[in-house]
Write a protein that binds this ligand. Structure first.
Ligand SMILES: [Zn+2]
Length: 156
């Protein structure tokens, strides 16, 4: 699989499957070919609009995760990362709360979660966004995850 393959203008397959943990532990994080269209959709419909709006280069923190990788990092057993439907994002210099607000108000998504954000620390946490191929399957669910609990909406 060619990791340098461009899935959209600014994002490559390699960036969507990169994992420090996988590299350190020798875990194969190559996605099934069938998931490439879903990863491409995340690039074109989520990452590119964010890139265009802020004009700041970034690579996603985490995109696709194999089952083994997901278990190793303690991810949820139903993680949409394993289905190629979710990406975790942070933009250098932008508060994750502000980023989540912008996504909520401007993009179509299945689930948007502001994760582990600490009020008063703009760089804390990250933003999880998922998107399904079939538009009618997207739940437009907005959550905040902090102190091991989910809350409705974006909570600062
Ligand atoms: Zn995530």
């Amino acid at each position: 699989m060619d990791r340098s393959k461009r899935l959209s203008t600014h994002f490559t397959l390699g960036e969507m499957i990169k994992s420090g943990t996988a590299a350190r532990k020798g875990i194969d994080n190559t996605p099934p070919e069938a998931l490439i269209p879903k990863l491409t959709l995340l690039c074109t419909r989520i990452l590119e609009p964010i890139r265009q709006h802020y004009g700041i280069p970034f690579a996603p923190n985490s995109g696709y995760r194999s089952e083994v990788l997901n278990q190793t990092i303690g991810g949820s057993s139903k993680s949409q990362h394993c289905k190629g439907e979710a990406v975790d994002v942070e933009i250098p210099g932008i508060s994750n709360y502000q980023l989540a607000l912008w996504i909520r108000d401007n993009l179509e998504f299945d689930q948007l979660i502001l994760e582990c954000y600490q009020s008063g620390d703009p760089g804390s946490g990250w933003v999880h966004v998922s998107l399904k191929q079939n538009a009618s399957d997207n739940r437009s669910q907005v959550l905040t995850y902090s102190n091991r609990q989910y809350h409705q909406g974006l909570v600062r």
